[in-house]
Each structure stands twice: as C-alpha cells, then as structure tokens.
Design a protein around this ligand. Sequence first.
Ligand code: ATP
Length: 319
Amino acid sequence: VKKIAVLTSGGDSQGMNAAVRAVVRSGLYHGLEVYAVQRGYAGLINNDIRRMDLRSVGDIIQRGGTILQTARCKEFMTPEGQQIGANNLREHGIDGLVVIGGDGSYQGANKLSKLGIKTMGLPGTIDNDIPFTDFTIGFDTAVSIVVDAINKLRDTMSSHERSSVVEVMGRHCGDIALYSGLASGAETILVPEVGFDLDEIAKRMADNFAQGKRHSIVIVAEGVGKGEDIAAEITRRNGIEPRVTVLGHIQRGGAPTHNDRILASSLGDFAVRKLIEGESGKACGIIKGELVATDIDKVVHTKKDFNMELYELAKRLSQ
Ligand code: ATP
C-alpha cells in the first residue's frame, strides 16, 4: 500500500483519538500518504476524505471522543453503499483503510476488503465485547470511571448504612461490571453471562447488614436489566431500599487512561505495519501482551469468553 485512510465508526470510546494519531503518525513515518474519513462510513459514502499531516493529530492523545466523529450509516449496509465507499477511496488512490470501532464496524471493513481495499480493524469500544483481544480501546477508562464513581458512593453509603445498585454499560458483555465490581469491592456483580438468584442475593444483603456490614454495592450490567427494577426486586424480598445510580454515557467520556493510550498507540502502529505487509480483512488485538491479527470473519462469528476466574474471585472476596 502507498496511501491509507483511517476512520472511526459505531459508538465512540476514549482512546480512539490516540489510535487515530498512531495510525497517522506511523503511516507517515513509514512513508505513506495518510487520509482521514470524517463521520465513519457515512463520510466514506459522502467522500468526506482529507489528507493528514503530522500536525493534524497534534494535541489529541489525551482527548476523549473522536476528532473524526463517528456515525451509524444504514446505506453502508447495502452492497451499493459499500461499492460507493470503495470507489471513493480508489478515486483518491487509497488502497488501505484502518477502521476503529466495534463488531458492526468490523463487518463493514470486511465487506470493503472483499471489494479489494486492504482493511484492518481496531477494537474501539468501552464494552470489551470483542473476541481475540484481551482488551478493547476505551475499556480501561470506562472501568476507572465506574470505580471512581463507586468510591464516591461508598463515602456517603458508609455514613448512612446504605446499599446501592449501580447500573453500568454492557448489553451483551459483563466485563465493565466484572472489572469495576472486583476493583471496587462490590458485594454482588450481575452480568448477562452468568445466571443469578435474587432470593439469595436479597438474603445475603439482609444477613450482611444484620452482621454489621455498613454498605452494600450491587453492580448491574445493563444487559441484565434496569438498575431500578433490580432494586425493586431486592426491596420486595428484604425490605432494604437500595439507592440506584445509572452511570450512562459518563462512562464513555473523559480523558483516556494511560493504559488505553498505550493500547491505542500500539494497535494503531501494528495495523499500519500489517497493511504494509499486504494483509487485509484482519482485526488487530492484544492477547497476553502480544499483538495479534485475526481474520475479521472469525472475530465477528465468535462470542467472547467470559472470565469466570475473575468472577469467582470477586465472589470469594465479597463476603
Ligand atoms: P458499538 O459496539 O460501539 O455499537 P459497532 O461498530 O458495533 O460499535 P454498529 O452501529 O453496529 O456499531 O456499526 C457501525 C456501522 O458499521 C454501521 O452503522 C454500518 O454503517 C456499518 N455496519 C454494521 N454492520 C455492517 C454489515 N454487516 N455490513 C456492512 N456494514 C456494516
């Protein structure tokens, strides 16, 4: 490849900017011409493509969101839309593309790969729901935001002997709930991957309070249900009225942690090097500290393993 482009797509996540910066700077370092597509696949169809230089990505490594903006684009789901996108890239002479996004964005990249554009996917989503990578870009920051929020809740809860239900993001993947629950000492972690018994949870909470515990945190991944509903079910069983906090989009904002910046920088550079090697239709990830590229076909047809060891650990430590 001689000319490459980068775009961000789907939901935004902290660290996307650091990834864009890495793709642009690594591409330029390796002597490529680098372009950016604004607003994801929508911008690809509208030919919203511009040349990037070293300074175009200055002062963004620390910023949340994405300077390239993102979009959900129905038209790109159609073969006609994909063809327009590929043609627009070709008109600029662009033969390589890095797509930063989630599962849906990966599928779009795969379609472009089949139309002859060399593509690489980078995992940009806070949910950590992409297989063949231990972590996605934004996950570490989202977890640290949840942990910080729970620290604050704990201060006020212990003063009033209260319980809290905290609803966090994660429709199909409970990783934000799991990691932030373990890190903040939550008593109960509810995730879509593991069944649970509310009778048992309500009883344990009542017993713990009776034995002198001064606070209780139940963390709920949104895929399990609404925090309000879980709290109501608990009250119905044990009379305790947990306060409900829904963290919502706060989890997607703010400066990325150093872990996310380093992950984004490593993966962005890796994707560029893979394109230069002539690879295409691959999703880049990190497994046990090693950078890997896996066929997108395989990635989008595999469900991510849930870390039962961490889940059991959190359970053992939350007595
Ligand atoms: P998140 O996990 O944050 O939701 P995502 O990348 O999965 O991110 P989607 O909305 O699913 O978000 O996908 C982003 C865009 O990718 C879509 O709006 C669409 O333009 C494109 N896309 C999704 N699925 C496909 C597909 N099967 N074929 C072609 N393009 C697709």
